[in-house]
Write a protein that binds this ligand. Structure first.
Ligand code: ZN
Length: 210
């Protein structure tokens, strides 16, 4: 299954306490879900990702991304239906987001723009227990920018699968960005981003702000 076969792109907001707090948000009491168009997808294989450079800050958010391998049905366990995983970037136009949040408008302009969903290389999902033992990190132009661990999620993978599956539906080919740990910041033109699962590099890209 390639990236062309990806169907729905679900994203979870504020799923790590320290990230919710760093943006001045309340910690949610149920999963906060939004979506991106499939046109947001971009590779992370050393390529250049072109992003809007004239509408304020573009923030990186490194996240664990889950790919669903089987259609969800009531009572099915997360470990049964998740096929693969990778790390991805939920790129965000933060100044645009602040404006639309203040007005109560939908998040699409801030979260759904073209190139806003770069994805690393897929590998088999190891199950939630193994997932929660590994750290992941983002290296920005040679320096560690973010480090996270799934055990710090406010809503764990099992809870996310149940919530999204029951409320919106989950089928083979859907993916879920599971939220970002603390450390988000603005990209600058020419930044190199490298995503690591443990010691293993799963993706990289170069940012071009145009
Ligand atoms: Zn995010």
């Amino acid at each position: 299954m390639g990236d062309n076969d990806i169907r729905n792109i679900y994203c979870i907001g504020r799923n790590y306490r320290l990230h919710a707090l760093e943006l001045g948000n309340d910690v949610p009491t149920s999963p906060m879900v939004f979506t991106k168009p499939t046109h947001a997808l971009a590779p992370m294989d050393g390529n250049v990702v072109e992003l809007p450079g004239s509408v304020g800050e573009v923030h990186f958010e490194l996240e664990i991304v889950l790919r669903i391998g089987r259609d969800y049905g009531p009572g099915m366990k997360a470990d049964e239906i998740i096929g693969d995983m990778t790390l991805g970037l939920d790129l965000t136009l933060r100044d645009v987001q602040s404006k639309i949040k203040a007005k109560g408008e939908p998040w699409l302009p801030a979260k759904g723009f073209k190139g806003s969903a770069p994805l690393g290389a897929w590998f088999p999902y190891p199950g939630q227990a193994a997932l929660e033992q590994r750290t992941f990190k983002l290296i920005r132009s040679g320096q560690e920018a973010q480090r996270g661990q799934a055990s710090d999620m406010i809503f764990d993978v099992a809870a996310l699968i149940e919530f999204v599956g029951a409320n919106y539906g989950l089928g083979a080919g859907d993916i879920i960005y599971t939220g970002t740990p603390a450390g988000v910041a603005a990209l600058v033109d020419g930044d190199t981003l490298e995503a690591y699962w443990g010691d293993r590099k799963v993706g990289s890209c170069v940012i071009k702000l145009a």
